[in-house]
Each structure stands twice: as structure tokens, then as C-alpha cells.
Design a binder for this molecule. Structure first.
Ligand SMILES: [Mg+2]
Length: 219
């Protein structure tokens, strides 16, 4: 029985709060020479690029490769600035859960995230779990979550060379649940992120948990 488990990052692996995306918001402000450009933009479960599109639109600007490259340069600089601070912390009992999964030979791990791989690397290295995720779909793989998930699944098949008996997605938003259904996966929703228990329950995930130990012996 081989199992593939996709993890979302913010609110799922990383404890989400108002500071989680500070490096990205600062990079956007530096790129557009403004302040608080992301303040009223809903970033939950969206790709970094999609968020940037909305900010540009709010400033009557259009997306160009030059402006995108400028953002990436600023983003790298801001990620470096924050790497020694405590803005990224492990979510609830995620470290125990990942250690448990990593000891199971039949379980393979991957990511589905709107984060650019650059940001994902900094965040997950900071909490010491990047090495658990040798592949994934990232913000640069698509503007929409469904497209990112399709790419993530292709990459996981290419890397692991297995036809999995079961595929799971773990995430903290209703969009994670819809994304799981889009790629034919089962889904575990966790209440530690952007959406409430009621909001998540309405999308009927296979499991709705408050912490990973709630899964007991599922894996
Ligand atoms: Mg999330």
C-alpha cells in the first residue's frame, strides 16, 4: 500500500499569523515603492503571483516580466532579512507527525502551495522540515491552486515512479479541500489556519482535525 501525502504550507506546516508573509509584503512594497500594499488583500490559499496581480491592479499597474523579476530580487533580500527572526514557527504537533511519516517506507511526501519555491525553502528550512519534501507544486507552477496541484501530482509521479494506492491532501482552507477533490485525492482539513471549523466542515473533508495527533493510526 503506497501512499502520497501533499501538504499545504501556511496554516498547515507553518503556524500562521499576521507576520507569516511579512517578507513578501515588504518585497511588494519595495518593488512598487509604496506601503501596506497587501493590507486588504486576502492571501489565504492564493499563489504569490496571483496576489501580486491583484496588488498591481489596485495600483493601476500591469504585470510585466521586469516588474516580476524586481519583486523576486526584493523577495530574496527580505527573506534573508527575516531568516533569523521567529516569524516562522512549526504548526501544533507537525514536527512529531512528519517524523512519524518519514519513518514509513510506503509513505511519500510532497507540497501543494501557492508559495514560490524560494519562500517555501526559507520557511521550511527555518523549522527544519524542507528535507521531508523532495518535490511539490509551487507558486511558479501556476496562478491558480488547481493548476499548481495538477503540476504537483505530475512531478510526484515523475519523482517517485509509483502509482499510489491512495493520495491525500492536508490543508487549512476550503480551497485545499476543493483542490484535493480536483486531483481525486482524499483530504484532511486542519483548523489551525485561515478558515474556521464550520467553514471547513461545509466542504466535507474526509477528516477534520485540530492537531495531527487526532489522526491516531490513520497512517
Ligand atoms: Mg494554507
Amino acid at each position: 500500500m503506497s501512499i502520497l501525502i501533499f501538504f499545504d504550507i501556511n496554516g498547515t506546516i507553518i503556524e500562521r499569523d499576521h507576520r507569516t508573509d511579512l517578507p513578501f509584503s515588504k518585497a511588494v512594497d519595495l518593488t512598487l515603492n509604496t506601503t501596506n500594499a497587501i493590507k486588504d488583500v486576502d492571501t489565504a490559499a492564493r499563489s504569490d503571483e496571483d496576489v501580486f496581480y491583484e496588488v498591481l491592479k489596485n495600483h493601476q499597474l500591469t504585470f510585466t516580466d521586469d516588474i516580476w523579476q524586481s519583486l523576486l530580487g526584493h523577495y530574496k533580500m527580505c527573506l534573508d532579512d527575516y531568516r533569523h527572526e521567529d516569524i516562522w514557527r512549526p504548526n501544533v504537533d507537525i514536527l512529531t507527525f512528519l517524523n512519524h511519516l518519514s519513518q514509513k517506507k510506503d509513505i511519500k511526501l510532497a507540497l501543494i502551495t501557492g508559495e514560490l519555491s524560494l519562500g517555501a525553502l526559507y520557511k521550511l528550512e527555518k523549522i527544519g522540515v524542507w528535507h521531508h519534501f523532495p518535490t511539490g507544486g509551487f507558486g511558479e507552477d501556476g496562478r491558480r491552486r488547481f493548476d499548481i496541484a495538477t503540476v504537483a501530482l505530475k512531478k510526484a509521479h515523475a519523482l517517485y515512479q509509483e502509482s499510489f494506492d491512495a493520495i491525500w491532501v492536508i490543508g487549512d482552507t476550503t480551497l485545499d479541500i476543493q483542490t484535493a477533490r480536483h486531483i481525486g485525492a482524499r483530504v484532511i482539513a486542519i483548523t489551525t489556519g485561515a478558515h474556521s471549523r464550520q467553514e471547513l466542515a461545509a466542504e466535507k473533508p474526509d477528516y477534520l482535525i485540530d492537531r495531527y495527533s487526532d489522526l491516531k493510526n490513520l497512517f
